[in-house]
Design a binder for this molecule. Structure first.
Ligand SMILES: C[S@@+](CC[C@H](N)C(=O)[O-])C[C@H]1O[C@@H](n2cnc3c(N)ncnc32)[C@H](O)[C@@H]1O
Ligand SMILES: O=C(O)C(=O)C[C@]1(C(=O)O)C=C[C@@H](O)C=C1
Length: 249
């Protein structure tokens, strides 16, 4: 795995964070040293796939990056399911396509379709599981409600949505403590103060976190019956939302 040292040298001007080829090349290292609990969340996504993915349904991995969640879901999905891996970064989709060519899966592996597209513009239907693993935070706040409504509407009764996000806190004490603990995590993972500062600048106005109650209220508002925050480490959280089995599609 290539080491992320993208922000290790001083830059005259730190531009907006982009999921370009440089980031794609180091992404597994970058995300695992930036998001506490990332590996645990992935392992739970695989577990959830075993429970939620139904035969002859679609699964959407929205903002799939290099397909970490897609490949784990494929381990559990019935062969008649189809996983749609969606990302608007060609660097990410190209690398995932190569990886799938190298690892086509066994004879019972379900189909994986790649979509180089804005996830706000794609049609979603007949879904038994939808994953937004650290993706919604990059979608403009004004588009988030409509996207989650489309996700809810696309789910079959009993279907599940997994939403993981960097979050913020209304209470200033919590905000400051949990941000500091995240920075300590990054330092312990080997990032320098310069790397941390330059990456923070590049993510400003690009990654827009919201509070856990903002996320859970919105998920209930679009129709989810059960909205269960199941993971939090510092300012990173994951929520499972389930559509009622008696809901009409
Ligand atoms: C933090 S990464 C997601 C990590 C990935 N889900 C995983 O589990 O490894 C965010 C991804 O969302 C993609 N993305 C951001 N906004 C998007 C949009 N509007 N449409 C499609 N993809 C988007 C980025 O290109 C990036 O690959
Ligand atoms: O907050 C940070 O420092 C992050 O790097 C977080 C984060 C994320 O949550 O997606 C941001 C961009 C990269 O994709 C990897 C991790």
């Amino acid at each position: 795995m290539s080491r992320d040292n993208l922000y290790s040298l001083p830059r005259d001007r730190v531009g907006q964070f982009q999921f370009d080829a440089d980031v794609a090349d180091v992404f597994p290292d970058m995300i695992s040293r930036s998001v506490p609990g990332y590996a645990s969340i992935l392992s739970v996504i695989e577990q959830l796939a075993g429970r939620f993915v139904r035969p002859d349904t679609n699964v959407y991995d929205l903002g799939c990056s290099l397909g970490a969640a897609t490949l784990l879901i494929r381990n559990q999905a019935p062969s008649s399911a189809t996983i749609h891996a969606v990302d608007n970064s060609s660097a990410m989709i190209d690398r995932l396509r190569k990886r799938l060519d190298q690892e086509p899966g066994g004879p019972d592996a379900c189909a994986v379709e790649l979509h180089l597209a804005d996830l706000c513009g794609i049609d979603l239907s007949d879904a038994s599981m939808i994953v937004l693993n650290f993706t919604l935070q990059f979608v403009p706040a004004t588009k988030r409600h409509r996207l989650l409504q489309a996700c809810f509407d696309a789910l079959v009764p009993g279907g599940g949505l997994l939403l993981s996000e960097k979050v913020c806190f209304d209470d200033p004490g919590q905000q400051s403590l949990l941000t500091d603990l995240h920075l300590d995590f990054k330092r312990a993972c080997g990032y320098s103060e310069l790397e941390i500062a330059q990456k923070r600048t590049s993510l400003e106005n690009t990654l827009i976190p919201e509070s856990i109650p903002t996320h859970t209220d919105r998920l209930k508002d679009v129709g989810f019956d059960v909205v269960a925050p199941w993971f939090q480490c510092f300012n990173f959280a994951s929520i499972l939302a389930v559509k009622s089995t008696t809901a009409s599609t």
